[in-house]
Design a protein around this ligand. Structure first.
Ligand code: BF8
Ligand code: SF4
Length: 658
């Protein structure tokens, strides 16, 4: 966009307090500077973001180009082939959606492969842990469960869900879980995914030189591709993980770098898929391996997570979490990490050098992700412990050979994590009458103004965690219940907001609800694929009644204030296409005052009856935009009278905080 600049472009020399509010990260960046070690923060400061790419005003889809248009005069020029700014931006956006959706759906398909092998008995190291969840998911897509064995139900579920990926014609199975009216809107615009492989393939075809050159037609297809992620790949990943490893329920977990222990063998798992991490959890509990650690002079084995697989394991098993995306290099600077084990996604190549400086072995474990300079140790699901036991042994031997000073930041923040959409049901409705009625009632009576999903990455182009934390504080102060996933959840956990005690930071209505139920005003739902839990929660709200007929009617909004990945763009688009107003920070890859911008930021809502995009790098402005939208939806539902529609001003807030 031409009229905006990234909220804080960092320029060298870096003052660490300007680039992150994470004290542990600051402490480690200071040490890294003393040690002469470089991180992504330094590189971001010296690498100016390309202004043309930031606006998406360039195209390299063929070699008559690459072509560069002028964001300040977007209609002044076209590409060599004649492509307009709208075509170029829409094609670029579509490819980001395709890449992001591919990441989540490949992850989901991997989970489904594992599920098939478990159900057919070829893999015995994992099993179906949550039969109730299996039955619920099967029933939700019309599979008969009465009087049938778990194996039969599971095999039927596998066959149905395989269609999510491979189906050529028809509709992916989970689309039928959405509210009827939302489905009708999708059908009207040809947006229900057939199968994710087909949608992603077609998206790549249509964005090739000389194919789809109509931004509106492209918007329909990239919405369909995004929905193949949200209601397809991501939802399959979440549901199958719950079935195999258990549906999360609230658990108290410590977050932050202080979860490393100097006298233990520290192993960090960082990435996205739960399988290897689950097996690692088994390995660190293996008595012979614990003994090996003790023999090496350690008190034991300490397994911690980072990024999304970390978020998933903390939700499901209470495994401590050491930090989010922008802390993965910094944590190696402690010198206390005896092995960092990664699988796929969001793994900076820069880790290799930092790990090398501190003598930490870095292991890749998934054939999809080798990194030059890291050691590859392939994880096989049919003999998982072979890899994970060996990784533990490697970590133990690194512990034995520790020869550099160790400095672990003392910060540790206890919080409650692991709110699944099923648990929200139970928490509010009680054991026997689990239901979303109390949530809807509290929204209708105005105690809760609305619900906001605040999710996504951290990004060295903005102050780490700060935009997340300020945005969430502003939302809860205004009685907006916040649900979270991914690196954002970890940012808020470090700020202490995932505790019931944080209710005092909420407005009077929300804090009353939190105190009655004993819940935090900010609910952590897990990893980025678990954003699909938010889709189901929204659907439950619609089905419960009183808040309209489609997701687009709900007083809800979403945000990814510090996003950096293509996955985030795919997630944003599937929320928008599902009916949610979604606001991004940092920068937005579209030139303002263009037809394509108008399509995403207005027409999708006004003309198609879905959601729309919003952009602001400023957390307070972002909160204002989201609350204004929530109030607009309350008004349309006729429930605006229930609460007085003014934002709390600063004086009110101080009174409340006092
Ligand atoms: O999927 S929030 S930085 S770790 S992309 Fe990556 Fe972003 Fe973190 Fe997970 Ni999601
Ligand atoms: Fe240029 Fe058109 Fe080729 Fe893109 S597709 S590089 S705009 S000529």
């Amino acid at each position: 966009m031409t009229d905006k600049k990234p909220s804080k472009t960092i320029e060298a020399p870096v003052n660490f307090r300007d680039i992150t509010i994470c004290d542990a990260t600051i402490q480690m960046l200071e040490k890294a500077r003393r040690d002469g070690v470089e991180t992504a923060f330094d590189r971001a400061a010296s690498m100016k973001a390309c202004p043309i790419g930031s606006d998406s005003a360039c195209c390299k889809h063929c070699f008559m180009g690459p072509c560069r248009l002028n964001a300040k005069d977007p209609y002044g020029k076209v590409g060599v082939c004649g492509a307009t700014i709208d075509t170029i931006m829409a094609r670029n956006f579509a490819r980001m959606v395709a890449a992001g959706a591919a990441a989540h759906t490949d992850h989901g398909m991997g989970m489904l492969d594992l599920f098939r092998e478990v159900v057919s008995g070829h893999i015995t190291e994992y099993r179906i842990k949550d039969v109730q969840k299996l039955e619920q998911v099967a029933q939700s897509i019309g599979i008969e469960i009465e009087g049938r064995t778990t194996e039969d139900i599971a095999m039927d579920l596998y066959k149905e869900l395989e269609r999510t990926y491979t189906q050529v014609e028809g509709e992916i199975p989970f689309a039928q879980r959405a509210p009827k009216k939302t489905q009708e809107t999708w059908r009207k615009y040809d947006m229900i995914p057939r199968g994710s492989m087909r949608e992603i393939m077609e998206m790549m075809h249509r964005t090739h030189m000389g194919v789809d050159q109509d931004f509106e037609n492209l918007t329909k297809q990239f919405s369909r591709t995004a929905l193949a992620d949200g209601w397809g790949g991501s939802m399959v990943a979440t549901e199958i993980s719950d079935i195999l490893f258990g549906t999360p329920t609230p658990v108290a977990v410590e977050v932050n770098m202080g979860v490393l222990k100097e006298d233990f063998v520290n192993i960090i798992v960082h990435g996205h898929e739960p399988n290897m991490f689950e097996s690692m959890l088994v390995s660190v509990n293996e008595p012979t391996l614990i003994q090996a650690a003790k023999d090496a002079g350690a008190k034991g084995l300490n397994l911690v997570g980072m990024c999304c697989s970390g978020a998933e394991m903390m939700s499901r098993h209470g495994v401590p979490h050491a930090g989010n995306f922008m802390s993965t290099e910094a944590i190696l600077v402690t010198g206390a990490v005896d092995a960092m084990v990664v699988d796929v996604q969001c793994i900076k190549q820069g880790l290799v050098k930092v790990a090398e400086c501190y003598g930490t072995p870095l292991f890749t474990t998934n054939y999809r992700c080798h990194i030059e300079g890291a050691t590859h140790m392939q994880f096989h699901e049919d003999r998982p412990s072979e890899c994970t036991d060996e990784l533990v042994i490697k970590a133990v031997s690194r512990f034995k050979g520790r020869n550099k000073p160790i400095e672990i930041p003392k910060m540790r923040n206890m919080g409650i994590h692991g709110f699944s959409h099923e648990y929200i049901n139970y928490m509010l409705g009680g054991t026997f009458r689990g239901s979303y009625t109390p949530l809807n009632d509290n929204i209708i009576n105005g105690r809760i103004r609305g619900v906001a999903g605040v999710v996504g990455c951290t990004n060295p182009r903005v102050k780490q965690d700060w935009v997340h934390v300020e945005l969430v504080k502003e939302l809860i102060r205004n009685d907006v219940l916040v649900v979270q996933t991914g690196c954002s959840q970890v940012a808020l956990a470090k700020a202490g907001l995932l505790t019931p005690e944080a209710a005092h930071l909420a407005g009077p209505g929300l804090s009353e609800v939190c105190e009655t139920v004993g819940m935090p005003p900010v609910l952590g739902l897990g990893s980025c694929v678990d954003n699909s839990r938010i889709l189901i929660a929204c659907t439950e709200m619609v089905k419960t009644g009183g808040l309209g007929d489609s997701i687009a009617d709900l007083p809800v909004a979403g945000a990814a204030p510090e996003y950096m990945s293509e996955k985030a763009i795919a997630i944003g688009q599937y929320f928008v296409a599902s009916g949610v107003y979604t606001v991004f920070g940092v920068t937005f890859p579209i030139v303002k005052d263009t037809k394509f911008h108008d399509m995403l930021f207005r027409r999708m809502e006004e003309e198609w009856g879905l959601g729309k995009w919003g952009f602001s790098p400023d957390p307070y402005e972002m909160a204002r935009m989201m609350i204004e939208h929530i109030d607009k939806k309350r008004k349309a539902l006729g429930i605006d009278k229930a609460r007085d529609r003014v934002m709390m001003d600063f004086a009110d807030r101080q009174k409340l905080e006092a």
